[in-house]
Design a protein around this ligand. Structure first.
Ligand SMILES: [Zn+2]
Length: 497
């Protein structure tokens, strides 16, 4: 071969290399666009969610409805084209179901009126207590309790603020344990929290963190009924209540996470998790919380399979159980799979209804923000491309975050989520399907990108680094207020070293 031909050959070789490199760069974007286009196509998303909400209904672990929800998840994952589907069992230490809760208020004059009320979940029963005095403890601070002096044998009425934003919701959970402790100390018979929702909406709330029974019977009373009682008490009209909270409490129950997989083409033992919780409360049908995002997880799997694209790493699509009783299913999963968490490349969770996604929270990690924003760039068209180094407690990423795995929780606008949160009104008609479809595209794109990127987005943090992010994001104090911190501090929860 002449030297001229050799030069030509070398030039062609260089062009080929550069061309391949350029195509490689482009193809990340092309891959993302192809996935997004696939995700936005018509799909069984709406039918799947209608079945889960209207036909299965509210699904508390330990009930036949939850069992039907597991069957729904397994069938829908198979239909969507999963490489494999299985369930993983764990236990919750008690079953709990509400009976026919009743409360009637009576005045000295002989006037009586019904108080619409529901039991707080995982709170003990109180059967047929008659003529129990009600006392008003304001918002339930120590000073307000002290003013009432004697609460023994009485129902303490606690005022609340109308729920307007995410901070109000977190505050409702954070304030409760201190109020319960004061009520227990003063030997109150029960606590009646005024509903944080207006117009008679009742909702299922829990102050128990891990499926344990709460210390005292507790009710959520319709806001206008609670306010009427408060006005009566303030105008020197004593109020008594006949009250019955015949909750059914049982021994430990078995329940299941549903896990589907798309197997990685190059590193199948490394994996990304895309998750949402399958369980819900049962006053409504758990459409916004979190049926819509269970259906999203299934539809994201469908979109990835239908695109024909194969991720380098595996993607595990998980419908968690026991979320509402304290993230029990995702904690059980993280614990059972601890030995392979070095291979977990990221965890993506959606759990805030169908309000528009504004970006993703990185569990307090600043080190993954820039890399995450480059993976999220194709989501700019939805306004969802921001990564923010905030950290939160309330959903299924939490135990993975405490294990040092990079986590990404969708930050979403409140939309209609809070007014319907855990409420009788959380039903199929509240779901914004046009928005949910965009979230399917976001979930498919981000989980695929995390599974397909040449280098993983970030390392698994060690215990000291995790603790550092908890301090930097000021998450420690709320965890202490809710009684969640101890298990981290004593090594029962999260990364060991
Ligand atoms: Zn939820």
């Amino acid at each position: 071969m002449s030297s001229r031909l050799a030069w030509l050959g070398f030039s062609l070789f260089l062009l080929t290399i550069l061309g391949a490199f350029a195509a490689g760069r482009d193809s990340d974007r092309e891959v993302a666009d192809r996935l997004i286009a696939e995700a936005l196509k018509p799909s069984p998303l709406e039918t799947n969610l209608r079945r889960l909400t209207d036909e299965v209904g509210g699904r508390v672990p330990g009930t036949p409805a939850f069992q039907r929800a597991v069957d729904w998840g397994v069938a829908a994952f198979k239909e969507a084209g999963a490489d494999s589907v299985h369930t993983e069992e764990f236990t919750i230490q008690h079953s709990w179901a509400e009976g026919a809760t009743e409360m009637t208020a009576s005045l000295y004059s002989g006037t009586t009126f019904p108080v619409r009320a529901v039991s707080v979940a995982w709170a003990p029963a109180l059967v047929a207590a008659r003529h129990v005095p009600i006392v008003d403890v304001g918002e339930g601070s120590a000073a307000e309790f002290a003013k009432v002096k004697d609460i023994a044998g009485r129902i303490v009425l606690v005022h609340t603020k109308v729920l307007e934003n995410w901070d109000d919701l977190f505050a409702e959970y954070e304030r409760a344990p201190a109020i319960i402790a004061l009520a227990v100390k003063g030997k109150a018979k029960a606590i009646a929290f005024m509903a944080t929702r207006e117009r008679g909406i009742l909702y299922r709330h829990t102050n128990s963190n891990f499926g344990e029974m709460d210390a005292l019977p507790q009710l959520i009373v319709a806001r206008q009924d609670g306010e009427r009682i408060a006005r009566l008490l303030a105008s020197a009209n004593p109020v008594w209540a006949d009250i019955s909270i015949p909750n059914k409490v049982g021994p430990a129950i078995k329940t299941w996470n549903v896990v589907a997989e798309i197997r990685g083409s190059e590193k199948p033992d490394e994996f990304v998790v895309l998750g949402a919780h399958l369980d819900s409360w049962e006053l409504g049908t758990g459409a916004l919380d979190n049926g819509c995002n269970s259906a999203l997880v299934i539809d994201a799997l469908r979109a990835i399979k239908a695109s024909g694209l194969k991720p380098r790493r595996s993607i595990r699509f998980i419908l968690f159980s026991g979320e509402e009783q304290g993230l029990i299913g995702s904690r059980a999963y993280a614990t059972a799979h601890r030995s392979e968490l070095d291979k977990a490349a990221g965890v993506v969770v959606f759990d805030a209804g169908t309000g528009k996604t504004t970006g993703f929270s990185t569990g307090g990690r600043k080190d993954v923000v820039a890399a995450a924003e480059s993976l999220l760039a194709p989501l700019q068209q939805f306004g969802a491309a921001k990564a923010v180094a905030t950290a939160e407690y309330g959903t299924d990423h939490f135990d993975f975050m405490l294990e040092g795995v990079p986590t990404f929780v969708a930050d979403q606008e409140e939309a209609n989520y809070l007014e319907n949160y855990h409420a009788t009104t959380d039903t199929f008609d509240k779901v914004d399907f046009a928005q949910l479809k965009k979230h399917v595209a976001e979930a498919a794109e981000l989980s695929f990108a995390l599974a397909n990127t040449a280098d993983r987005i970030g390392p698994r943090l060690n215990r000291a680094q995790i603790e550092q992010t908890l301090h930097e994001t000021h998450l420690g104090q709320p965890l202490k207020d809710m009684g969640v911190w101890d298990d981290w501090a004593n090594g029962k929860r999260g990364r060991q070293h």
